[in-house]
Ligand binder design. Structure first.
Ligand code: HEM
Length: 508
């Protein structure tokens, strides 16, 4: 009997603990999606039926007349922002109140989660300042010969597949190209992902994005009980691989820059030295400065994020652009003509200068990113109490913010015929202030993508390499509107890949 009472009491406590936040939006007069126990409004995400980006898009469409919509990530109140002025406030003007992505609850979890994308506050600011010099256009230009080398390998791998006259998975092909490039440019490791079927780097890339059922369960528990995080090691399966990889590279270089000017060299200059920045967390009349040492763990975490962010985003966007081009042969002809004309001017050689001149290719890639942004939504979390003056709404510290990028990119309010693939939208005469306010393939504000220039150039070079030699067409097994993987919760991916036919172009 006592046991039964204790069980009943536990269930009751759990129930009330779970629903404690569920009136959050109601009392504030915000329209909201009705939550359920444990999952909040994200049942389909936790059960791996829909991605977080798809859920954000559904919410956006369901409430066409609202500026904001309330949802619940498990028990955490979350606000989906539909209005472009409010988005600007959050991402740019009032950034000090939204500098967090809300990814780390306790800040003392796995070493490799202490990377630029996941961390918050002063540690983020110090690392962001420290890493920014690695991404200048000068550094990018210096790296470019390494990109060109990978482009040549990309062409020969594609050619060998063409002769076998089978469809080729564009997603896998581009992931191998970007993995190879990031390995070489970022870490001085010749991973040879393009040729070696069993490349350790490519295997690691696949392992990182392979979300298991265990991971999904861990995510629910972590969201329901945030303080359980330190016991639920989410990235446990890959942490040893990353730490070993970094340790090997450091040992090889004898813990000193070797003159390759890659990320490792740049960070090695600062290893075990203090980083300093003006505090974003503590605000007072006089600026407060904070200091921290860049130790080996933090170092490895940044290597990890550059690897992940550097290959998966570009692979997802370039392969989807190829998929769209296969269904728009007229656009493909135009982009090939643009590439051919500029290559002819540059001695038929890919170079930094040549790729920079390929304006139509740039519009084409940007249009691909509009229709399928690598990150379907942006996240922020309120870091203090905040008032949205325009709609007279007060929120507390710790509320999640979702900017539904995929939905904004496909809203007919901002884009004519949004389902049409039309690179001319990015002609400066057509791409006006209205579109700028809702186009976020690389995010916006102080926490935007640090590698946007590198990502753009790496992607354009890869596309130019393919399209200068090959034409893509749908294969019998190509699905016109491919399914977004319900497991892809940060970087969007496609279930079953993107099979395409690659035909060799006749050179005139
Ligand atoms: C086409 C390629 C790429 C796309 C579409 C892309 C997109 C994005 C987006 C949307 C964000 C979030 C921005 C925000 O919340 O406002 C982001 C953040 C980030 N990206 Fe990229 N990215 C790309 C390539 C790269 C590359 C090549 C690197 C580095 C090697 C990189 C490193 C990062 C990092 C470290 C962050 C976190 C920045 C911070 O929180 O301060 N990205 N990226």
């Amino acid at each position: 009997m006592i046991v039964l009472i204790v069980i009943a009491l536990c269930i009751l406590i759990l129930y009330f603990y779970n629903i404690r936040t569920f009136t959050y939006w109601k009392v504030r007069g915000v329209k909201y999606v009705k939550p359920v126990l444990f999952f909040g409004t994200y049942t389909d995400m936790y059960l791996q039926k829909k991605s977080r980006s798809q859920i954000a898009e559904e919410t956006y469409r369901k409430f066409p007349n609202e500026k904001v919509v309330g949802v619940f990530k498990s028990t955490i109140p979350e606000l989906v922002i539909r209005d472009s002025n409010l988005i600007k406030r959050i991402l740019i003007n009032d950034f000090p109140s939204f500098y967090s992505r809300g990814l780390n609850h306790t800040n003392d979890v796995e070493i490799i989660r202490k990377h630029l994308f996941a961390i918050d506050g002063d540690l983020w600011r110090m690392l962001r300042q420290r890493m920014t010099p690695a991404f200048t256009s000068g550094k990018l230009k210096a790296m470019f010969p390494l990109i060109v080398e990978r482009c040549e390998k990309l062409q020969s791998r594609t050619l060998s597949a063409v002769t076998s006259s089978h469809a080729l998975d564009a997603r896998e092909l581009m992931a191998r190209y970007t993995t190879d490039f990031i390995g070489a440019c970022g870490f001085g490791v010749d991973s040879d992902s393009l040729n070696d079927e069993n490349s350790a780097f490519r295997k690691l890339g696949v392992k990182i994005f392979n979300i298991s059922l265990r991971d999904s369960i861990v995510l629910v528990i972590r969201d329901v009980f945030p303080y359980s995080e330190k016991y639920l090691k989410l990235l446990k399966r890959i942490e040893p691989d990353i730490l070993l990889l970094v340790k090997n590279i450091l040992t090889e270089r004898n813990y000193k820059p070797c003159g390759r000017n890659d990320f490792i060299d740049l960070m090695l200059e600062y290893l075990n030295k203090p980083m300093e920045a003006e505090s974003i967390e503590k605000v007072g009349e006089n600026p407060i400065h904070v200091k921290m040492i860049l130790n080996e763990g933090l170092f490895a975490a940044q290597v990890f994020v550059f690897f992940v962010a550097g290959f998966e985003t570009s692979a997802s966007s370039t392969s989807y652009t190829l998929h769209l081009l296969a269904f728009y042969p007229e656009v493909q002809k135009r982009v090939q003509a643009d590439i051919d004309r500029i290559l002819a001017k540059h001695d038929n050689k890919l170079s930094y200068e040549a790729v920079k001149e390929m304006t139509y290719l740039e519009w084409t890639f940007k249009e691909g990113l509009r229709m399928f942004p690598s990150l379907g939504f942006l996240m922020r979390r309120s870091t203090r109490k905040y008032k949205f003056e325009d709609i007279n709404l007060d929120i507390d510290k710790g509320v999640n913010i979702v900017i539904p990028v995929q939905a904004l990119h496909m809203d007919a309010k901002y884009w004519d015929d949004p389902d049409e693939f039309r690179p001319e939208r990015f002609h400066p005469e057509n791409f006006g202030a209205t579109q700028k306010m809702v186009y976020f393939p690389f995010g916006e504000g102080p926490r935007n993508c640090i590698g946007s220039r590198l990502g753009l150039m790496q992607s354009m070079a890869g596309l130019a390499a393919i399209l200068s030699k090959f034409t893509v067409e749908p294969a019998p097994e190509t699905v016109r509107y491919p399914q977004i993987s319900p497991k892809s919760n940060i970087i969007q991916s496609i279930t079953g890949g993107l099979p395409l036919m690659f035909r060799e172009r006749k050179q005139v």
